[in-house]
Ligand binder design. Structure first.
Ligand SMILES: Cc1ncc(COP(=O)(O)O)c(C=O)c1O
Length: 445
């Protein structure tokens, strides 16, 4: 270890010591927690992040898929700087929120009306509350294992495990947080992913009580496999027939196509939750969809069914950044990035074959996930990792990190527009070497 390394190490270690005094576990979100201490960012530009130790990494995490143009894109920085000088938040409406809503509606005709909020969690929460207000029903249905943020109802079953998940005909409503009210669990109906027959049987039992079915078309925590067309079409038909709404969570998947991943299914949901990239790097969420449903929030209505507000909703800084980011993320940019990701998937498959590792890659558009499994897990139960699998995946992700390649801790990678073929090559080569490490560890088990 050089003197510079030692000094840098002590910088991180001493920051973490201070952090432990004021933040639980020394972090503000568990995502950035690492042993022996989190890595502290210094600055970032394009697709690269430099930490306070001066180590530069290619950023395939993109703040958990929320940065589509990487870091500090000049056009976003300019537009936001201009807005900052004009003020950051007012108890008045702004023109930019209208322009941004118009821009998003141009991308997807199903976004008849929109409301902006501050996170994906809040967008999903508003979608569920709007569905309840519209239908007058309390229950919601969701896919087992699917992550939709931290709203009590939306998070149910997200961390289900073999000892708690029950049988597949009736997956249990498993709480994430201790003390979750039993009434919350009773009002969440859990269905298996990509299993229309079982899902329909479960939904039929609750048909009179369901306000909506909440669905992510490519749920990351269920394996990052796109939903089968039959599953989506069946859910759309069932919800329409049973006066239940279909709420799509496109917080992550909106990046996949110009109008969101829903464009690939020819299915129009009643509501869509958005977040992540639509904030242009700033905290954001949005709920969009059918005018009559969105009008539950309309203060001009004879009866206001869902009084919705939020101090920082449609914040002008976020609106400005989001508008520029989405204008730049046009059809050509999406096609280029998706093609780059196809190259990556192809390269990873070649690396799997070349090394002989038991692994596969899933994903669509500009996201992909590497699994240390022979074939893509079909649902949450197949995805569920043994302790050994989890440890080996950790070996792979840590190796990539040491090689200057930052991914999610699930070995998911997302692309950003500053990336080109050289970044993909680096990732594929890193994975190939990482696979060899994993094989060596497996042999030692
Ligand atoms: C599909 C999906 N929905 C909702 C959320 C919650 O978004 P946020 O973290 O902005 O609250 C996430 C976050 O990762 C997500 O992936």
């Amino acid at each position: 270890m050089t003197d510079i390394d030692r000094k840098a190490l002590s910088q991180s270690a001493s920051l973490y010591k201070r952090a432990l005094e004021v933040l639980p576990g020394g972090v503000s979100r568990n995502t950035v927690f690492r042993q022996p201490h989190p890595i502290y960012a210094d600055f970032a530009q394009g697709c690269r992040v430099t930490d306070i130790e001066g180590v530069n990494r290619i950023d395939f995490a993109n703040n958990m898929a929320s940065l589509i143009h990487g870091h500090a894109h000049p056009a976003i920085v300019d537009a936001v700087s201009e807005q900052l000088r004009k003020g950051t938040a007012y108890a008045l409406a702004t023109e930019v929120e209208i322009r941004y809503a118009e821009e998003l509606r141009k991308r997807n005709a199903g976004f008849e009306k929109l409301r902006f909020v501050n996170s994906g969690t809040e967008a999903v929460m508003c979608g569920l509350k709007a569905a309840r207000a519209f239908t007058g029903r309390a229950k919601i249905a969701k896919v087992e294992g699917s992550y939709h943020g931290q709203y009590d109802y939306a998070e149910v079953s997200q961390t289900a495990a073999p000892d708690s998940w029950g049988n597949l005909e009736h997956p249990a409503s498993v709480p994430v947080v201790r003390g979750t009210p039993p009434s919350v669990l009773a009002d969440v109906v859990v269905i298996p992913f990509n299993d229309p027959k079982r899902a329909m049987a479960i939904l039929d039992e609750n048909s009179r009580d369901l306000a909506c079915v909440l669905l992510d078309l490519m749920p990351h925590r269920v394996g990052l496999n796109p939903a089968d067309r039959e599953f989506v079409e069946t859910l759309r038909e069932w919800t329409a027939e049973n006066d239940t709404l279909l709420v799509l969570d496109e917080v992550i998947t909106f990046r996949s196509e110009f109008a969101g991943l829903q464009a690939n299914y020819g299915v129009t949901p009643d509501l869509t939750a958005l977040g992540k990239i639509v904030g242009g790097g700033f905290p954001v969420g949005a709920i969009a969809g059918r005018k009559d449903v969105m009008d539950v929030m309309n203060p001009l209505a004879d009866e206001l069914l869902f009084s919705h507000s939020g101090t920082f909703s449609a914040n002008p800084v976020t609106m400005t950044a989001g508008l520029v980011a989405m204008q730049l993320y046009d059809e050509a940019a999406i096609a280029r990035l998706n093609a780059l990701a196809n190259k990556a998937r192809e390269g990873i498959n070649n690396a799997i074959r070349a090394t002989g590792i038991t692994a596969c890659v899933t994903g669509y558009g500009s996201m992909f996930r590497v699994h240390l499994k022979e074939s893509p897990p079909k649902n949450y139960r197949e995805l569920f990792m043994s302790a050994v699998e989890a440890r080996l995946l950790n070996v792979l992700v840590n190796y990539l990190f040491e090689q200057g390649l930052m991914t999610f801790d699930t070995c998911t990678a997302v692309l950003s527009t500053p990336m080109g073929e050289s970044e993909i090559e680096r990732l594929v080569n890193g994975l190939e070497k990482g696979f060899t490490k994993v094989i060596a560890q497996t042999d030692r088990q």
